[in-house]
Design a binder for this molecule. Sequence first.
Ligand code: ZN
Ligand code: ZN
Length: 222
Amino acid sequence: MDIAATVKVWEVSVKALVYHGPGQKSWETVPDPSPAEPTDIIVQIDTTTICGTDLHILKGDVPAVTDGRILGHEAVGTVAAVGAAVTSLAEGDRVLVPAITSCGRCAYCKRAMPSHCQATGGIGWIFGHLIDGTQAEYARVPFAETSVHKVPEGVTDERVIFLADILPTGYEVGVRNGRVKPGDVVVVVGAGPVGLAAIQTASLAGAARIKSLEPADTPREQ
Ligand SMILES: [Zn+2]
Ligand SMILES: [Zn+2]
């Protein structure tokens, strides 16, 4: 099957949040995305988020993000088109698009380290960074079958969106790297969204007491 056969012509113009240099962004009409590789899908974005990283980009802290880049790297959406090599996803499937894109085949992906995927330049985070991102009505998602997750029926976008980046970051960077085990006393510095995810997953890991530190008058304790 030819990739071109799967390309849709959208009936409405596609809008996206486009970065135009430090402090400059605009919600504007962009070219329709279409599968560029047979392993791509196109996702209609239903829910997306603003990450702290996006704020860093907008301050000019991430020079790899250049003028014209569509921002965003977390989304839940509906598959709108599939590349010719994609067999396990179909138009209409609801999917979680995670921050990390992984080929599933390179040495790092095989060692369960997709954030170092060699097929994406050694950094799994490419959306809204090295390729166009998810703060858009549609997005092209590379290596779809080894990157996205189908959303179970009955689970709302709002419940699953945190699995795109925020909750895994709190869990992997905080709880797993911190080797939290049953009975531990855990201190989480900063109770923003990632800190809250660390608190929640430290609790799941069996922490006996969890304290958070933040610049507020009253510390919170769980
Ligand atoms: Zn993020
Ligand atoms: Zn890989």
